[in-house]
Write a protein of this length. Structure first.
Length: 150
């Protein structure tokens, strides 16, 4: 081994040792393995609340872990609590039928369109508020099937 490589390796190990010795601040509550477990659980079952995830991880780790710590770990892992998109998912047959209809009517005149009335269907639910349901998801994947509630 050349002297240059030996010095480079020695400096790298010294930097690793120094960084281990000079950590300041509070000790980590969760290990990196527990962080990975938390992210895995929240990606598998996106509708679990942060409180439910905290109790699950507390049981697995054998010590209490707060809801705030769980929320912070999810943010560090790129997951954020958001409202799911509420819409009717279209089957491939529905999508083909809509496209067919649009192509059939693409050359209609404004006079023909004056006789058409479009209505909006709204759903009202008196028993509970379904908009309060939350999911954990990464930014940019709002319309994926796992993040949509019918």
């Amino acid at each position: 081994m050349s002297r240059r490589n030996h010095l480079h390796d020695e400096m790298r190990w010294r930097a690793v040792d120094d960084s281990r010795r000079r950590q300041s601040g509070r000790r980590r509550i969760t290990t990196t393995a527990e962080d990975r477990y938390l992210l895995q659980c929240s990606k598998r079952r996106r509708t679990l609340t942060v409180q439910q995830l905290a109790s699950q991880l507390s049981v697995a780790a054998g010590r209490p872990i707060s809801r705030q710590t769980m929320s912070r770990k999810l943010h560090e892992g790129g997951l954020f609590v958001r409202r799911p998109v509420v819409c009717v998912t279209l089957s491939p047959a529905h999508a083909r039928a809509r496209l067919h209809w649009a192509r059939e009517h693409s050359n209609w005149t404004p006079e023909q369109w004056r006789h058409v009335l479009f209505t909006d269907e709204s759903r009202f639910n008196i028993q509970n508020d379904s908009r309060r349901r939350m999911i954990c998801r990464e930014p940019g994947i709002r319309y994926r099937a796992a993040n949509i509630i019918e």
